[in-house]
Design a protein around this ligand. Structure first.
Ligand SMILES: Nc1ncnc2c1ncn2[C@@H]1O[C@H](COP(=O)(O)OP(=O)(O)OP(=O)(O)O)[C@@H](O)[C@H]1O
Ligand SMILES: [Mg+2]
Length: 395
């Protein structure tokens, strides 16, 4: 078991004329035994980071430490890491037993110990009845188990998983996800797991590292990333359907109440935001509100401190567990995730409640969050006097 640390880790591909910063000045401290998930869009540098840790790529600059040792220039074999590749990379001409034992045979382990370890790992992963088969005689899920087993038999200090579930169908994916979580619980080995699937990231990761363009955008627990996104990028990447983003401006009304204008719509903001957001007066802002923080009251008193707005949905999708309603608001198409019993029909006006206590404000220029304040604002709701507005449509 070992911790993993990257310091200003950079990998540049290409020549002087066309350089790609696949990983750019990456700093991260992964604790011994921790399960960390790297998530991000395609090309964000996730695989390159894993390959740098594994020693399959040479860093352009910066350092990697495993268990306190600087391994930046060490051969992959000397790093005690095991990587599970997206395409499993099983040896097609070898049986499952031979695939599992290959690394140990190379390391000249005694035959009896190899056999014992292979049996133990095969039993753990429930592939012991498949030991004589070749990879082509296995299903996708079984191959995936063999690939994981091949990593486990080596008893590494660090597991590196590169999108190991992406070739599986949705049901098997969920099953294997739970199995991987159980496996980690059992083995408690440091694990770095790469995926572009936010559900995998949120459910597996003790911490999530969100990458874009080779740069870490945010590191945190699933709850922190979901509840306190530090940028528009993070807010939009985590959560499905994605967070609604409204371009607008802030102002105060006659009695000092902070308001926001989005196209032809204006909203009074909860008093708790007054102290910090009050500094943004007349500046453009982006207001983020997740679809699940817009609710349909269905005629009942919604309670809480939400603001009720009449809207007319243009599309309504019934998904059994919930309804997705799409509607225009201040020039932007928004999505609401409503309870399935809400009576919501295309073209018919419905009162929806925006739970602005849950909103986020961002600076449009930098994309960074404007941190909310905690002080309460004494002003009463009144007419809003809004200086200007911005009715750009985001989608
Ligand atoms: N061997 C290489 N030569 C040149 N460019 C490369 C090489 N490997 C990766 N890149 C580039 O580095 C960037 C990061 O690639 P990487 O494979 O790490 O992304 P990723 O986050 O794993 O993406 P995906 O989700 O598609 O697997 C991309 O722009 C990619 O084109
Ligand atoms: Mg990749």
């Amino acid at each position: 078991m070992a911790d993993v640390k990257a310091e200003s880790l950079t990998k540049i591909f290409g020549t002087r004329n066309s350089e790609v910063y696949a990983v750019n000045s990456l700093d991260i401290d992964i604790r011994d035994g921790e399960f960390v998930v790297f998530v991000g869009p395609s090309g964000s540098g996730k695989t390159t980071f894993l390959r740098l840790v594994a020693g399959l790529e040479v860093a352009t600059s910066g350092h990697i430490f495993i268990g306190g040792q600087d391994v930046t220039t060490r051969h992959p074999r000397a790093r005690r890491v095991a990587m599970v590749f997206q395409d499993y990379a099983l040896y097609p001409h070898m049986s499952v037993r031979e695939n599992l034992s290959f690394a140990l045979r190379n390391l000249k382990y005694p035959r009896r110990e190899i056999e014992a370890r292979v049996q133990q790992v095969a039993a753990m992963l429930q592939i012991d009845m498949l030991l004589a088969r070749k990879p082509r005689e296995l299903s996708g899920g079984q191959r995936q188990r063999v690939a994981v087993g091949r990593a486990i038999v080596r008893n590494p200090e660090v597991y590196l998983f590169d999108e190991p579930l992406s070739n599986l169908d949705a049901k098997l994916r969920t099953q294997m996800r739970v199995e991987l979580a159980q496996l980690h619980h059992q083995l408690q080995t440091t694990t770095i797991y790469v995926t572009h699937d936010q559900v995998e990231a949120m459910t597996l990761g003790e911490r999530i590292v969100l990458m874009n363009d080779g740069v870490i955008q945010q590191v945190g627990t699933a709850r922190q990333i979901y509840e306190e996104p530090q940028s528009i990028f993070v807010a939009g990447f985590i959560g499905a359907p994605p967070m609604n983003m409204l371009d607008g401006e802030l102002s105060r009304n006659g009695s000092g109440q902070l308001c926001a204008q989005f196209g032809d719509r204006q909203l009074e903001l909860p008093g708790k935001f007054a102290a910090s957001y009050g500094k943004q007066l007349d500046k453009p802002v982006v207001l983020g509100l997740r679809p699940e923080h817009i609710s349909g009251s269905n005629g009942r008193d919604p309670g809480g401190s939400g603001i009720q707005v009449p809207v007319r949905p243009t599309v309504v999708e019934m998904l059994g567990e919930y309804i997705l309603a799409y509607f225009e608001f201040g020039g932007t198409l928004l999505t609401a995730k409503l309870d399935p019993d809400v009576d919501c029909r295309v073209g018919e006006t419905i009162e929806l409640t925006l739970n602005l206590d849950k909103m986020h404000l961002f600076e449009p220029e930098t994309g960074r969050v404007i941190p909310p304040g905690n002080e309460t604002w004494p002003g009463q709701p009144n007419d809003c006097i809004i200086a200007a507005h911005n009715d750009r449509t985001r989608r």
